[in-house]
Design a protein around this ligand. Structure first.
Ligand code: DQA
Length: 170
């Protein structure tokens, strides 16, 4: 019996062309702002603040965002000048991680500004402020924050960032 001619060798059905991806959503612009004396992190009162520096914190956050499926544009900022701290808040951020240092406990101006611009932010502290002196147990900005993270060393920033991103995504 002759071999039946089945025509040309069987071709696998063509795969539909890969759909072009939608242009990706714009990156979330997030500010990470540290206030007065946080430039001294790593050298100051290690019992409260540990040995890690702001540079270590920045590296940790940059590593963390690589593990997330969201494009995030992080801006790190530190100043000992309260005016500069107030000014950077209004630059159209999608959210912010704020550690204002001592201004947390003193600055009605900071709270007024945050209330006015309706910036979504998480308040973070390296030390466990609620377990420290009474004056540190009051925060002018806490009532406006999405949440507060305190006491985890520089990890407070990373945890705060994750909380902020989760809140923004909802
Ligand atoms: C701080 C706590 C503040 O009380 C203090 O004034 C700081 C640092 C913290 O990160 O633990 O400067 O914000």
């Amino acid at each position: 019996m002759s071999k039946k001619d089945h025509g040309p060798p069987h071709k696998a059905p063509r795969r539909p062309k890969t759909k072009r991806l939608e242009p990706s959503a714009p990156a979330l612009r997030i500010l990470v702002a540290s206030g007065v004396n946080l430039d001294l992190l790593g050298q100051r009162e290690n019992d409260h603040y540990g040995h890690a520096t702001l540079q270590d914190m920045e590296e940790q956050l940059r590593a963390q965002i690589l593990t997330l499926g969201t494009t995030i544009d992080l801006t790190f900022f530190q100043t000992n000048d309260e005016t500069k701290y107030l000014d950077i808040l209004i630059q159209g951020w999608d959210g912010a991680v704020l550690n204002p240092g001592a201004w947390t406990h003193t600055s009605l101006a900071l709270a007024d500004r945050l209330a006015a611009i309706k910036l979504r932010f998480v308040e973070v502290h390296v030390s466990k402020v609620m377990a420290r002196e009474k004056v540190r147990q009051h925060s002018f900005i806490a009532p406006l924050a999405l949440g507060c993270v305190s006491g985890f060393g520089i990890d407070s920033y990373r945890i705060g960032l994750l909380g902020l991103i989760a809140a923004i995504r909802i």
